[in-house]
Design a binder for this molecule. Structure first.
Ligand code: NAD
Length: 291
């Protein structure tokens, strides 16, 4: 397939490389001038998009997505598909979908989970919003870049699924970390805590698969001095998106709101920036009761 790829950062570069390895013809563009082996370099975003059957974007946020879409949609062929894999606000995804539709172009919002490791290994999970036809066009590309693509409904629903999932993740990681810190102060051994909780009703992905306590459970960023993994500032981004969406939809999300505040303090006022989001455990460990 002839593919345009815009945004060749930590995630986009390995995703584009996997498409090339699978035999697709990929033309890429990144404002920072990044090059990827096997990807033809275009001089601008519209140049990367022209003549492509699918144009993939992997960009930092919704404002940039809107700006890039305004440039590339006029350059794209009617019937082609714009496939945005960035994590952005639901409103931006739906706005770009409407512009694409007006131009006779398909649009899918398909944010991913799996991080940089999943992007390199081609094992991402895609959460996809958009039409059945556009989904069918993009399906072979999801199969190359990922291990699973869930069609969640119309445009915007992929982003909705992503931020709901990550709101649960942020809240459960905080709950797991504060429980470990409490267990420490009660004299409960961390291994015993893990052995009980991981097989009891407090279990979760945060405890069982990504345990925030070093040396406990399967290998995780906690065992590597909390190097990300999934950086605290990316969790903060997703929690903020969840709160923007909750505000717009008049949804009551008190735990999500508190999780966003805690990660904001951790990233902006403490030492959380650049650390894995599970480094909430040493944060709680070093504190006493705050109210
Ligand atoms: P990144 O900052 O490494 O990459 C973004 C790239 O977009 C950069 O190379 C930047 O130069 C480029 N860019 C910015 N503006 C541009 C423009 N106008 N035209 C062309 N290129 C432009 O970020 P990343 O880690 O690759 O993340 C990309 C997206 O994926 C984000 O939305 C992020 O939230 C999401 N995501 C990241 C992870 C992760 O673990 N890194 C996991 C899941 C989802």
């Amino acid at each position: 397939m002839k593919i345009g790829f815009i945004g060749l950062g930590n995630m986009g570069a390995p995703m584009a490389a996997n498409l090339v390895a699978a035999g697709h013809a990929v033309t890429g563009y990144d404002v920072a001038g990044v090059t990827v082996e096997g990807v033809a370099q275009a001089g601008s975003a519209p140049d990367a998009a022209r003549g492509a059957e699918v144009v993939i974007t992997m960009l930092p946020n919704g404002a940039i997505l809107r700006a890039v879409a305004a440039e590339v949609l006029p350059a794209m062929d009617k019937g082609a598909v714009l496939l945005d894999c960035s994590t952005v606000d639901v409103a931006s995804a739906r706005a770009v979908a409407a512009e694409a539709e007006a131009a006779g172009i398909g649009f899918l919002d398909a944010p991913v989970s799996g991080g940089v490791g999943g992007a390199a290994a081609g094992t991402l999970t895609f959460m996809v919003g958009g039409s059945d036809g556009a989904f069918a066009t993009a399906k072979p590309l999801f199969d190359v870049m990922g291990q699973k693509a869930v069609h969640c409904g119309p445009a915007g629903n992929g982003q909705a699924a992503k931020i709901c999932n990550n709101m649960i993740l942020g809240v459960t990681m905080i709950a797991t970390c504060e429980a470990f810190a409490l267990a420490d102060k009660l004299g409960l051994d961390r291994q015993a805590m893990f052995d009980v909780v991981s097989t009891s009703s407090g279990y979760s992905w945060s405890m069982n698969a990504y345990c925030p306590a070093p040396g406990i459970g399967p290998k995780s960023p906690a065992d590597n001095d909390y190097k990300p993994g999934f950086a605290a500032e990316l969790m903060l981004k997703d929690l903020r998106l969840s709160q923007d969406a909750a505000e717009g939809a008049d949804a009551d999300t008190p735990m999500g709101r508190l999780a966003a505040r805690l990660y904001e303090t951790f990233v902006e006022d403490e030492d959380g920036k650049g650390r894995d989001f599970s480094a909430m455990l040493p944060r709680f460990e070093s504190r006493g009761r705050s109210d």
